[in-house]
Write a protein that binds this ligand. Structure first.
Ligand SMILES: C[S@@+](CC[C@H](N)C(=O)[O-])C[C@H]1O[C@@H](n2cnc3c(N)ncnc32)[C@H](O)[C@@H]1O
Length: 303
């Protein structure tokens, strides 16, 4: 079961700026945040987006009792503006994105997200993604190394990329984990599994998880009504950095190179950031739900 992270915080921050407004859950997943929002704000409507058809099916079942207030859309949050147009919505009273992968996806042995299960090397969140098998079997060694370094921050990216290229074709999670283990071993019993960073990196690349995140924030702010809020939960520093920078730019921070004598970026203040430091789960939540430990929530309000 996927436990929604920072649930109370999201419900409080995303109080719609008008009671009958439309909230957008851009990553509805198992529908946990959506259910709490629809319960707490009984006049609000919700656009529920996810790229994963299986997630949408589960959310649809969970949110059945709110049926007449919810519109489900299968798609990527990067297409927010088009999605809202198709749903005849021209402004939102709040936007949520709870990024990354859900426990349902990780725990579904057949989907190949985890080295814990022997499965085809898939990792696709939706039909528009590329499979991890395609990446490991077709990319140049240098491209694989870059993915492992940039998206996994894997210190042994070079050796692992070389071992993958020498061992391919690789078809299953177990084959990949064995190749990684042949060059990288856990030093202490409590160390993370040697495959963790490589699997994370391939998942991010297969699903282009960082591509379009900056655009998503920009578009979400554009469709927000004045006084409405955007809330984004990130689970690793790469995502969080993109969200932080996008919100600061939208708060009017100049993004010109430091040696430019006069500002030329024309950045304008369109939001006020409500979380100067990202909000993190309480110690109690972290204890109850270990997956929440890396979560960081940033919230901004449209001026
Ligand atoms: C952490 S889960 C969301 C969980 C949800 N908030 C809940 O309470 O059940 C993230 C979801 O985002 C979806 N997702 C990831 N990237 C996406 C994207 N670019 N566009 C739309 N959905 C995306 C995944 O398929 C997954 O279902």
């Amino acid at each position: 079961m996927h436990e929604s992270v920072l649930l109370n915080e999201i419900v409080e921050f995303l109080r719609p700026n008008r009671s009958d407004g439309t909230l957008v859950d851009a990553t509805v997943g198992m529908g946990g945040h959506a259910e709490a929002l629809l319960t707490r704000y009984p006049a609000a409507r919700l656009i529920a987006i996810d790229r994963d058809p299986r997630a949408l099916e589960i959310a649809r079942g969970r949110l059945r009792k709110f049926e007449e207030r919810v519109t489900f859309v299968q798609g990527r949050h990067e297409k927010l503006i088009d999605i809202l147009k198709q749903s005849n919505i021209d402004a939102a009273s709040g936007v949520l994105a709870d990024l990354g992968v859900s426990s349902m996806q990780l725990d579904d042995a057949n989907r190949g997200f985890s080295f814990r299960f022997d499965a085809p090397l898939d990792m696709r969140m939706g039909p528009d993604s590329t499979s991890a098998a395609d990446l490991v079997n077709t990319l140049e060694e240098s491209e694989l190394r870059k993915i492992l370094r940039d998206y996994g921050e894997e210190p042994m990216a070079k050796r692992i990329a070389r071992a993958i290229v020498e061992a391919r074709p690789l078809e299953t999670t177990t084959q990949l984990a064995e190749v990684i283990r042949s060059v990288k071993r856990a030093k202490k019993p409590n160390d993370i599994d040697p495959s963790t960073l490589t699997f994370q990196a391939l998942r991010i690349a297969a699903n282009e998880e960082l591509v379009g995140l900056d655009q998503f924030v920009t578009d979400a702010v554009e469709v927000l009504e004045s006084g409405a809020r955007i809330a984004v939960i990130a689970f690793h520093s790469l995502e969080d950095r993109i969200i932080k920078r996008a919100l600061r730019r939208l708060e009017g921070e100049c993004i010109c190179p430091p040696d430019l004598p006069v500002c030329g970026c024309g950045s304008k203040e369109v939001v006020k950031i409500l979380t100067k430091r990202p909000q993190v789960p309480t110690a109690l939540e972290q204890e109850k739900n270990p997956r929440s430990r890396s979560a960081k929530l940033r919230v901004a309000e449209k001026l």
